[in-house]
Write a protein that binds this ligand. Structure first.
Ligand code: ZN
Length: 480
């Protein structure tokens, strides 16, 4: 309680948001499902247009955008509707990285953070990258709430109701996933979040015991980890996870276009698995409804475009290209035409059986640059270079191979790096161990090294030939 006549000057989370206005603009899950979720495409376009024009004003006040936009000759007033969005230049994570290196630690894109914090609380989250420093994103209260609210909408549409128990084997640390699910369940759905953390925090065996004791009936979980849980249940507890009578599992399945991975998990758990796609910069981007026929974009929060990988030009529906997102609600670290460099295609703009016209994408079909995610860690194959070059016995050529290994029903993604050794190296003693150790320290992930003879990788490295070297072979989603 505030003492009468005594005013606090401290930033206060609860008082930072006009909650009624917030919920009018972004309705809570059940209201959303009955109203906006069913809007026609025209109604949605009108809403997006209004939100977008307001966002552009924020862009002009943000030094990161103002400079970039001025450089291409854009002037305030040039953008008259969302139809003009392609006049705005896109940018990607490398631009944020550069901005933050030049203007440490948060970059111009996050504004004058110290000054802003005199009036408003902030939360910092980061990307999961391992090369160099992670990219921080700052969230003001509204942006932080939206993280929870968008996740809550998804969970509601997938079937979560008050009283459900959601187990969340993601650790609430600098990554977003655990926090979003926790806030969604707790703040918006009346569901009990069981924030057990990853297997490193709570062992797999203990995770299952908690689920049995507390009657977990929904999981927000990494898909590979869900297979590990099934094995531990079977081998250590003599328990079939299907007995949990789980409503569903929510997870990011990645480019599982043949549904082999999904089918495998559904078989182990005896419940549907719904695919979700989001990133640290964007939050929740798209998700499946219970009909599993494409992933609905979160249309009223994020405006999506699909553009050509090479020319950045808009792609026709059905064609594969990079996703470019504009986050309509975000004012703290605004995101205006951010090229995610994740590939997809639009599969439907029509009304889904669930009643929604929110456009649907196929799946996240992979990265258009060379980054891969292994067990939740982003890896740029190029980041192996210093380690490979650190011993003069290598030719300096390498190839990263990502594989999906199934052992005893447990799915695990692994990376092996093949490294060429010079013919005149004079012996391979200690070389493998040296590079392994160095890579582990550079990337923060244990990676197996396989030494190969000089020129064994020539079809990939293209050394002395036309064409760029290829540093990554991703075999995880190949049909076996
Ligand atoms: Zn649907």
């Amino acid at each position: 309680m505030l003492e009468v006549g005594v005013q606090s000057s401290l930033p206060n989370y609860h008082r930072s948001i006009d909650w009624d206005a917030f919920y009018r603009r972004y309705p809570v899950p059940d209201v959303f499902e009955r109203t906006r979720w069913r809007w026609s495409a025209d109604e949605m376009r009108a809403f997006q247009n209004e939100q977008f024009l307001d966002l552009v004003k924020t862009g002009w006040k943000n030094e990161f955008y103002r400079r970039r936009w001025s450089e291409v000759g854009l002037e305030p007033g040039d953008i008259k509707s969302i139809d003009d969005i392609t006049k705005i230049p896109t940018f990607d994570s490398s631009d944020i990285k550069k901005d933050q290196e030049e203007n440490p630690p948060f970059g111009l894109i996050n504004g004058p953070v110290h000054a802003l914090m005199q009036a408003s609380p902030m939360k910092v989250q980061t990307s999961g990258g391992t090369t160099g420093k992670p990219r921080p994103t700052l969230y003001a209260p509204l942006e932080w709430e939206m993280n929870g609210l968008t996740m809550a909408r998804v969970l509601y549409i997938c079937g979560v109701r008050p009283g459900d128990r959601i187990q969340i084997p993601h650790t609430c640390s600098l990554g977003n996933a655990g926090w979003c699910a926790y806030k969604a369940a707790h703040d918006y759905l009346g569901a009990l979040p069981i924030t057990s953390g990853t297997g490193a925090v709570t062992s797999s065996r203990r995770q299952i015991e908690l689920a049995m004791d507390w009657q977990t009936n929904v999981w927000y979980v990494r898909p590979e980890y869900s297979t590990q849980l099934a094995k531990v249940a079977r081998d250590e507890l003599n328990f079939d996870l299907r007995e949990l009578k789980t409503k569903f599992l929510g997870c990011g399945l990645g480019p599982d276009t043949e549904n082999t991975f999904r089918n495998q998990i559904e078989e182990l758990w005896g419940c549907p698995v719904y695919d979700m796609y989001g990133t640290h910069e964007m939050g929740m981007g798209s998700f499946e409804c219970q009909h599993k026929n494409g992933m609905h974009f979160m249309e009223d929060c994020t405006y999506f475009e699909i553009v050509g990988v090479d020319d950045g030009k808009p792609m026709p529906n059905g064609e594969v290209g990079n996703m470019v997102c504009t986050i309509l609600h975000r004012r703290q670290q605004p995101m205006i035409r951010f090229n995610l460099r994740d590939l997809t295609r639009i599969v439907s703009t029509g009304r889904c059986e669930c009643g929604s016209c929110f456009r649907r994408m196929q799946k996240m079909l992979g990265r258009s640059d060379t980054m891969v995610r292994i067990r939740g860690v982003s890896i740029w194959p190029q980041a192996c270079l210093p380690a490979i070059k650190s011993d003069p016995r290598t030719t300096g050529e390498w190839l990263c191979i990502a594989d999906r290994v199934v052992r005893d029903g447990v799915v695990r993604d692994e990376m092996t790096v093949q490294v060429e050794v010079r013919n005149d190296a004079g012996g391979w003693d200690g070389l493998k161990e040296h590079i392994e150790k160095r890579l582990h320290s550079d990337l923060g992930l244990k990676i197996a090294i396989e030494l190969v003879e000089e020129d064994a990788l020539i079809q990939w490295s293209n050394r002395g030939r036309e064409g760029k070297p290829h540093r990554i072979l991703d075999r995880r989603f190949e049909k076996k």
